[in-house]
Design a protein around this ligand. Sequence first.
Ligand SMILES: [Zn+2]
Length: 543
Amino acid sequence: MSWYIEDKIKEILFKLVSIPSISETEGEVAIEGEIYDLLNQIPYFQQHSEYLNKHAIENDKFGRYVISALLRGRGDRTVIVFGHHDIVDFDGYGEYKDYALNPEELTKRLDPDILPEDARKDLLSGEWLFGRGINDMKYGQALGIALMEDLSSEAEMLSGNILFVSVPDEENNSVGMLAAVPFINDIGKKYALDFRAYIINEPDFISSDSGMHNFFVGCEGKVLPVFYCMGKETHSTEVYKGLNAGTMIAEIERQMNLNIRFTDYNEGHFTGPPTVLQIRDTKEHYNVSTCAYAYSYYTLYTVSKTPDEILRLLKDTAYKAFDQVLEQFKSSCADFEKLTGIRHDCPWTPKVFSYEEIYAYNLSDIGQSFDIHMKKYMKENRSKFKDDRLFTIDIIKEVVRLCPDKEPKIVIAYGPPYYPHRTNKGETEKEKHMLKVLDRVNEYSQAKYHKGWQLKKYFGIADLCYTGIDEYESVVKNLKPNMPILGNGYSIPFEEIKKLSLPVVNIGPVAKDAHKFTERIHINSSFEMIPDVFKFAVLELMK
Ligand SMILES: [Zn+2]
């Protein structure tokens, strides 16, 4: 007989799914109350109330919490079972919206004929359960709570400890995970715990060709490079007297768009090339002046490139774009002269600064008053911007405005969010232990369920990214000073993350279509094999 009670996991799962805990809403606080209550009903936490905690997230506009529950066995080895309890919205359910949070009802009512073919087949098979958040990732949180309940009855027999952590905001800015890391460090210090590994149950989108389940042991990273162009404004009847920032940003976009120089590679895994998320000039209304300023920002996924390598590439790209714009300007001047006999010159040379460089330039030229002004400026203007990218642009704009050098230039910075990439390199003792454990889990699963697991080095962007920082030095040296908003309404506890760098593994339910109205989990495996394999993995990891 297995440890889990299928009905118990289902009961918790349905309770969690029923709460509309959409990212950045009060629903997150509601589900935090529910998760706390569910854990609080476990006799162990009634006897050891000090181990169950609601940690308030500082300065959070929704008043959200991180929930933690510590189960103490013998010794100090501790496995962190973590996950998120927020979901994306469910507007996409259309006429089924009222049932999106009621998996049994939704699965019963869905009309197979309106579904895409794969979802239709699954619905008709009766083997799948549909609902918002059911795989991403309330199943994981239900499993974690059920495991805590199961093991709590004989906690003193465990060879180590389990720390269960549930966070909000994963689907948004990872505010929950970023707040959780210092809390976890505090708990570790308070009880002298030796943290061994993180384990999470995000959905596993198994490809039907291999049929293999996946152990994800890392995640891609993401940076958001910003280009800010300062041109030279002129009247549009005197085009050769100025340099159009619109042209500059367009050429940067031409150089950046799908540029495979930015594609990253590691251990058989490639990331896609960059694409622009926003590109515009800063004019707010029509006039006959040319664009003086323009900006763009990109998403860039990483698996091995460090912030300094990326910065070098970005600068190189910016120089190329600048060269190209000036070449075109010069060739137009020559053609115009041939045609009219009127001569114009190009007085500019390419100038590219990183944010750190232009800040240092201003500081050395203007002095300390520049730094004092900027700090005050950021503080006073923070609340004017709902979007962190726009605030980033505004800070750069102010630095450029104060720059004694009034010639055209390009400034490169990083905007939020930042997600460090990481994976298990099998280097540290804990990493090696994790890989050995996963071998054993695979053997266990093969023998008992005839189901095999394969190691996958990278999951997509998720809270997993904050389970450690592999390139700490480069991040501190090159990313921090080039991200203007850091410490001004956006923060990443780099030191705390580095301190808690641990190997991570995702052991997830067989799932499809997260974030779509056809989100679903496979019933049999999710309530039979996965709970068993998950428990086996947790117990092995704490050895
Ligand atoms: Zn998720």
